[in-house]
Design a protein around this ligand. Structure first.
Ligand SMILES: [Zn+2]
Length: 308
């Protein structure tokens, strides 16, 4: 248990046999609340803190055991796009504090860390610069009250592993590492950088991640095969899944996510059987999706022993 929290660590809860509910979308939720294209989402942690708190509370009210933070683009490289690179500490700290306020001492705050948009492969940035950027962000998230970080939507192994190692500098943080996969023509799943689920999970654990998994992507159904591949690659390591509400369709310039809460929830037993023990949503999911997933997790609990 961490100081100030009334709950065991996430990994311990999974080892004790719990199935845990995470939260749903933040970006698409904030867009519904009026976040405009070209606006910096993280700035809302200061300028529209009440709206950000409302997102966090919506998921707590829906039953989430853990919530993320509005800090997906909170590295200096992402904030630089908006001229906000000098406000990394302030914005990430505020993001974590808002989610902690909603979570209280009984739920986890798993602070969001997304890709920097820089690529090591093409010499965009050095390893040291990336590491330092992630370290700076993780420090502020921890200071704001996060008990875990969720390094998510990753597609490059090198970037994800630097983020994991940077977060590992903070002993108190549990580290979740999730990648985003697409179904490819050869019938398998790969990230945009060509990484398979097994490769991603293996590398993340080696770098120090406590929990691995997949997020975003094409919907809950696709997660079943991805989780199976990860389960084989990293036996005994908790797996998290946060799927989009299906594959978005562009309707008049707006992404529309087609999957209704019941359709998402239908795949929960299969995702658990495959080896996942923490489930939530990503883009396009709502508190209604989270409630439906939570119901599916609860009813699964009765079925008996699951081998993980
Ligand atoms: Zn997403």
């Amino acid at each position: 248990m961490r100081k100030g929290l009334n709950v065991k660590r996430i990994v311990q809860r999974v080892r004790d046999g719990e199935l845990l509910l995470s939260d749903g979308a933040w970006g698409t939720f904030l867009q519904k609340k009026g976040l405009k294209p070209g606006e910096c989402p993280e700035l809302w942690c200061v300028d529209h803190a009440d709206e950000v708190l409302d997102v966090a509370r919506s998921y707590i009210d829906a039953g989430s055991d853990m919530i993320e933070t509005n800090s997906f683009g909170g590295t200096r490289f992402k904030l630089e796009v908006f001229g906000l690179q000098d406000r990394v500490a302030e914005l990430n700290r505020a993001a974590a504090a808002i989610s902690r306020e909603a979570a209280g001492p009984d739920r986890h705050v798993i602070a969001s860390v997304g890709p920097t948009g820089k690529m090591l492969l093409i010499g965009d940035v050095t390893e040291e610069e990336l590491f330092e950027a992630f370290r700076e962000q993780a420090f502020a998230l921890e200071a704001g009250g996060a008990d875990a970080v969720c390094i998510e939507t990753m597609s490059a192994i090198d970037e994800a592993c630097l983020a994991i190692k940077a977060a590992r500098e903070h002993d108190s943080l549990e580290i979740i590492s999730t990648f985003t996969f697409q179904h490819t023509a050869d019938g398998g799943y790969h990230t945009m950088m060509g990484v398979t689920p097994a490769e991603a999970a293996g590398a993340a654990v080696k770098a120090g991640a406590h929990i691995v998994g997949a997020n975003c992507g094409q919907g809950m159904e696709q997660m079943v095969e991805i989780v199976k591949a990860m389960r084989v690659a990293v036996p005994g390591v908790p797996i998290m899944v946060q799927a989009n509400a299906g594959l978005p369709k562009n309707v008049n310039g707006v992404d529309v996510f087609p999957e209704a809460p019941d359709a998402t929830a239908r795949w929960i037993p299969a995702v658990i059987e495959a080896g996942a023990s923490i489930v939530g949503g990503c883009c396009g999911t709502t508190p209604e999706h989270i409630m439906a997933i939570g119901k599916a997790l609860k009813s699964y609990k009765g079925i008996g022993e699951i081998k993980r």
